[in-house]
Ligand binder design. Structure first.
Ligand code: LLP
Length: 429
């Protein structure tokens, strides 16, 4: 099976040890399921891998991948840091009781309100994207009487083989300040001048869903060379090096397995070797995984509706959700594995496209899948939906968002309740 939390038992699909048909009946569909133990296990893969090698490291969960109160509580319990990108994520973390000194605030455009909100709540580090953000932080920090810790986000100029929308480490990216153009050097000199800003080190994030281990090695090498140059030029020694997130996950059986621990070891060893050769003090190492913490901890259940067979052309299976709860095929043509949860022992010989209920032809969850012959009322399961599904969901066509039900050691509980029709009009005056 795709992941060890997915099983077929007497023709029924089980997820995280529970029968998905029972859960669909109990909570209704569409329904997001999340395997709490898997989330915790994924956090520990990173922490144990780094912990074995080095004691001065921090793993930040990139909470854009999936953000609601319970997730931040789990991160707190797992002793993780977090990466946040908006006042909304900061607020949710606060409401969950997450200690904000362990948060790193990203975003290529933090508004003055965002900056003030974060500082008033004593958020640990800002990851600064460009020059004018430094001016704004200095202005607000001085007003609030704060000394703000920051990292500078740099673009090492690496082109990863991921899809365009998540390729973020290139020179012409909207994120960060480019090393290649000389502007990274200028921003370091600029940042060092401010009274209320403490430059702790550097950050880079190269791309998302990256399978290629060389990418992180090349990224860290460029960052270390840059750190050496900054020591020479400005007598500045970085205390923190954040290598970003981005490890890929298996959406289908065709995707390769990544041994994250082995990858981390390779990167750490290369960093250590180079740092020692440079005679540079070993910085704190940070990583920011999002997708690989939550993706395979998630599954979405739908109820099958219309089955449309266009003679001589193609077949469609429509479900009671769609691009509103999972926009990733519409946006990136992302692959997914689809099961008929009540027909796991039936032969998969029916080709169709799995589509949603929105008034839009692009509302496709997956094209050309082969599953057992579907009928209205079947339960359709899409695997590996824990990352960038709930967090990217919308109310397009005024469709309420599904609830998130967590599973832990054979118990299920609601972490986010289903939106109601009343919720949809709550802001309408
Ligand atoms: N750190 C930074 C600065 C990031 O921009 C991101 C993701 C991460 C960490 C986490 O990367 P991950 O480990 O999740 O790959 N909506 C897209 C993904 C956008 C990722 C944006 N940045 C998707 O659905 O594939």
């Amino acid at each position: 099976m795709l992941c060890k939390n997915i099983e077929s038992v007497n023709g029924n699909l089980h997820f995280a040890g529970m029968n998905t048909l029972t859960l669909a009946k109990k909570y209704g569909t569409p329904l997001y399921l999340m395997d709490e133990e898997r989330i915790r296990e994924n956090c520990r893969i990173y922490k144990n891998a780094l912990g074995k090698l080095y004691d001065n490291f921090t793993v930040l969960y990139a909470s854009k991948a999936c953000s609601f109160k319970r997730i931040y509580e789990i991160m707190k319990e797992e002793n993780m840091g977090i990466d946040v990108v908006s006042s909304g994520e900061i607020y949710t973390a606060l409401r969950a009781g997450f200690p904000l000194e362990k948060a790193y605030f990203h975003s290529n455009n933090k508004t003055d309100d965002d900056i003030s909100f974060a500082m008033e709540n004593s958020l640990g580090h800002f990851v600064v994207d460009g020059f004018d953000e430094l001016d704004a932080i200095e202005r607000i920090a001085s007003k609030l009487g704060k000394n703000q810790k920051i990292l500078l986000r740099l673009t090492p100029g690496i082109d990863t083989h991921t899809y365009e929308a998540v390729n973020t480490g290139k020179v012409d990216s909207k994120f960060g300040t480019a090393i290649e153009t000389g502007q990274a050097e200028e921003i370091v000199e600029y940042a060092l001048k401010f009274k209320h800003i403490q430059l702790c080190g550097f950050h880079c994030h190269i791309g998302s869903n990256v399978f290629d281990s060389d990418t992180f090695l090349r990224g860290s090498e460029i960052m270390l060379d840059f750190m050496g140059l900054m020591r020479e030029k400005f007598d500045y020694t970085a205390k923190e090096l954040d290598l970003g997130g981005g490890y890929g996950v298996r959406y289908t059986d065709d995707d390769e397995y990544i041994d994250i621990a082995e990858n981390i070891k390779k990167v750490y060893e290369a960093v250590k070797l180079k740092i020692d050769a440079m005679n540079y003090p070993m910085p704190q190492i940070l990583m920011e995984p999002g997708r690989s913490i939550v993706a395979d901890a998630g599954m979405t259940l739908y109820t099958a509706g219309t089955v449309k067979e266009i003679t001589g052309y193609k077949n469609y299976l429509s479900v009671d959700g769609g691009m509103t709860d999972n926009p990733r095929y519409a946006l990136y043509k992302s692959p997914y594995t689809v099961f008929l949860a009540n027909k796991m022992d039936k032969e998969s010989n029916y080709k169709c496209s799995l589509v949603g209920r929105c008034c839009e032809s692009g509302d496709v969850i997956q094209e050309d899948i082969t599953i057992p012959k579907p009928h209205r009322g079947d339960i359709v399961a899409v695997a590996t939906t824990g990352a960038y599904n709930y967090s990217m969901a919308s109310n397009y066509n005024r469709i309420p968002r599904p609830p998130v039900v967590m599973i832990n050691s054979g118990e299920d509980y609601i972490a986010v309740r289903r939106e109601t029709l009343e919720d949809l009009t709550v802001n309408d005056l």
